[in-house]
Design a protein around this ligand. Structure first.
Ligand code: ATP
Ligand code: MG
Length: 358
């Protein structure tokens, strides 16, 4: 039997509560689907670790993780202990960059039984995926501040778009679009205003598109795309965007699908040179940490994406089906979805559905 070694980093806040719940769902799916098992190693890295050691993870952390099949990540950040920019850069961003996880994959799916804040949309109406560039662009960190305290004080932040960096993420998005029934890919740009980087992005998109004549493409200005997410989300299938644009757009994508507690993501190295990392989109939620009411669905769904990426499609699909069954039933939901259930009760329901569906 195949065994996948999974590095689990629960992190901070609700991440610590949700990682073990996610592992319960993963194990149930592995048992139900059969043919493989998961072996976990847990790494207690995060803000508590920082308080003890002055860093978010050990010096040789990347090397330690490099031999794992994948990383299952909870959430990072506890501003009472460590400033957010320090904790984020010291752990999550270090892993994304260190393992060149250049694709950030974020599905936006309206689940049955979940209410969208948009009027008149039904489950099934929203079902698209955003592919966000995850290593360069506007978040490359190129720039600096000058003339502090003077009237001429200024800050510069330069976006970095490399040919290789754009091409690889756009190609990934085309492959993804080709694998889906609708075969549609829209890209977010702002080349009318940003005449260096985004005209380059447009050009590379058009070049790559020539290899995919079977995929229907669309160029959409990012401001119009933001409106489109709200007004016509059903017209979207796959969206590809730069780091900053993708970040902003996927928050809208999360909002229209009901709760942050439902949004899953993968930070992926498609070439599989390094482990990819799967995590809920939400953060450590200090406001509800320790109360046992965090929604485990985003964590479980991220686990389903991980299984899918590892090639265990049936196990991943079982978790997704269990999630749909639990939200459709609507009797066991956490408070963010209007229910009164605890984290553990929702996990129990997911496990029961996985077992029942197998
Ligand atoms: P970060 O900067 O780490 O993203 P944040 O404060 O911006 O943190 P979250 O930690 O995601 O964002 O929390 C935003 C809001 O969403 C909070 O009110 C939180 O309670 C709620 N929330 C986040 N995740 C969940 C979840 N899994 N279940 C229920 N509510 C959640
Ligand atoms: Mg946040």
């Amino acid at each position: 039997m195949k065994t996948y070694r999974i590095a689990v980093i629960p992190g901070d806040g609700i991440g610590k509560e949700l990682a073990p719940e996610g592992m319960r769902v993963l194990d149930a799916a592995a048992r139900a689907a059969g043919g493989f098992s998961l072996e976990y190693e847990i790494f207690p890295w995060g803000c508590d670790y920082y308080v003890q050691h002055g860093m978010m993870m050990p010096e040789d952390g990347l090397k330690t993780l490099s031999t794992f099949a994948a990383i299952y990540f909870g959430a990072v950040g506890y501003p009472e202990l460590v400033p957010d920019d320090v904790s984020l850069h010291g752990l999550l961003i270090k892993l994304r960059l260190g393992f060149d996880q250049y694709v950030c994959l974020r599905p936006s799916t309206l689940l049955p039984g979940v209410k969208s804040p948009l009027r008149g949309v039904k489950p099934g109406d929203i079902d698209f995926v955003t592919v966000r560039e995850n290593t360069e662009g506007e978040y490359a960190g190129a720039g600096g501040r000058m003339h502090p305290g003077q009237p001429s004080e200024l800050a510069i932040e330069t976006a970095v778009f490399t040919r290789a960096g754009c091409e690889r993420v756009i190609r990934y998005a085309f492959e993804l679009a080709r694998s889906r029934p609708r075969r549609m890919l829209a890209h977010a740009t702002k080349s009318n205003a940003q005449k260096h980087t985004l005209t380059f992005w447009d050009q590379i998109f058009d070049e790559v598109a020539r290899d995919y004549p079977d995929v229907k493409t669309e160029r959409v200005l990012v401001d119009a795309m933001a409106a489109r997410f709200v007004l016509k989300p059903g017209s979207l299938d796959v969206v590809v965007a730069s780091n900053l644009f993708g970040d902003i757009l996927t928050d809208i994508g999360g909002a229209i699908t009901g709760s942050l507690g439902l949004s899953a993501s993968g930070n992926i190295d498609p070439e599989r040179r390094y482990p990819s990392m799967f995590e809920p989109v939400h953060g450590s939620a200090p406001d509800i940490a320790g109360k046992g009411i965090a929604n485990p669905i985003a964590m479980a769904w991220s686990g389903a994406m991980m299984l899918d990426f590892l090639g265990e499609k049936r196990a991943g699909a079982l978790i997704e089906a269990a999630i749909r069954a639990v939200t459709a039933e609507g009797t066991t939901l956490t408070p963010d979805l209007g229910g009164t259930a605890t984290t553990t009760q929702v996990t129990d329901a997911l496990v029961a559905k996985v077992n029942g569906l197998a």
